[in-house]
Design a protein around this ligand. Structure first.
Ligand code: MN
Ligand code: MN
Length: 294
């Protein structure tokens, strides 16, 4: 089990590093998305969720659609968030960069918060203590953590294994135990410190079978249930099944019927810039081991 987590971690970090090199002025988001997901497969893993490529004030859940023409611009703050799994054992990693080179203080704040939390992780620590460290680190650097985004426990085939790792001090805390696998992901912003749902969703997850009026919706539901199970999928991954118009209509019906869950694109409330840093760790006797580190 630990072995597969480490294999997934190694692949995830290699994929992120290679993916970041492709994020240059003028490059298409779509090309980077296809590149990293194919690379993960070549290396012997599978995507655990569609790669998230979130730019500037978009915090998460952006994954280009098959017809997406958007490109990176010099100075964009890009978060590349990758999840891969080996036989259901997941690694989740994210890094932020400035397109055209360099870093900035906001990115450093997210990275520093992640570093400080990881230092504190060990059996017995409370998730509220971890959140407090994230909040203090980011505030000390002059920014705000995003209070309504969290890290999460990972379980086999399950991206959100119950326990959440807050990015702020919370009143309630869960106890961290030896053997827990955690994705820790501080987000820092110069905006309001909250994200709001955008109207659109391009990442989804199968929930359950429902009676559906539209044949195309029934076809999609069967397809995603068979191919992705409980793990999220991108609209891009099923765009070859039917024309774009039908696909949109079917996905809307599926989400409305609660046969699938729609991950809305998350945007900073005041359109502040957002930086993210994420690693996956396995809690050990004395501390933790980062699986997503070379
Ligand atoms: Mn992630
Ligand atoms: Mn995560």
């Amino acid at each position: 089990m630990q072995e597969q987590y480490e294999k997934a971690g190694k692949i995830a970090v290699e994929v992120v590093e290679e993916g970041l090199k492709k994020i240059t002025p003028g490059a298409k988001l779509l090309d980077v998305a296809n590149f990293v997901e194919e690379l993960a497969v070549q290396k012997g893993a599978k995507p655990a969720f569609p790669c998230n490529i979130s730019v500037n004030d978009i915090a998460a859940h952006y994954s280009p659609q098959a017809w997406d023409e958007s490109t990176f611009k010099k100075g964009d703050l890009v978060k590349l968030d990758i999840g891969v799994h080996v036989d259901g054992y997941i690694a989740d990693i994210a890094k932020s960069i400035i397109v055209g080179g360099g870093s900035n203080k906001l990115i450093k704040a997210a990275e520093k918060a992640l570093e400080n939390v990881i230092e504190l992780v060990k059996p017995g620590v409370l998730t509220s203590e971890l959140g407090e460290v994230v909040e203090n680190t980011i505030k000390d650097m002059g920014y705000l953590p995003i209070s309504n985004l969290t890290g999460h426990m990972l379980k086999r085939w399950n991206l959100h294994g119950g326990v959440l790792i807050p990015n702020i001090k919370t009143r309630h805390g869960d106890v961290i135990n030896e053997g827990d696998v955690l994705a820790i992901e501080p987000f820092a912003t110069n905006g309001a410190g909250r994200v709001v749902d955008d109207a659109n969703a391009i990442i989804f997850r199968y929930l359950c079978d429902r009676p559906l009026r539209m044949k195309e919706a029934r076809d999609i539901l069967q397809h995603v249930k068979t191919n992705y199970g409980d793990l999220p999928f991108a609209e891009r991954w099923i765009s070859n099944l039917m024309p774009r118009f039908k696909l949109n209509q079917a996905l809307r019906q599926l989400a409305y019927s609660q046969a699938i869950y729609a991950y809305h694109i998350l945007r900073e409330k005041e359109r502040g810039m957002v930086a993210q840093a994420e690693h996956t760790v396995i809690v050990s006797k004395e501390g933790c081991k980062i699986t997503t580190k070379i």
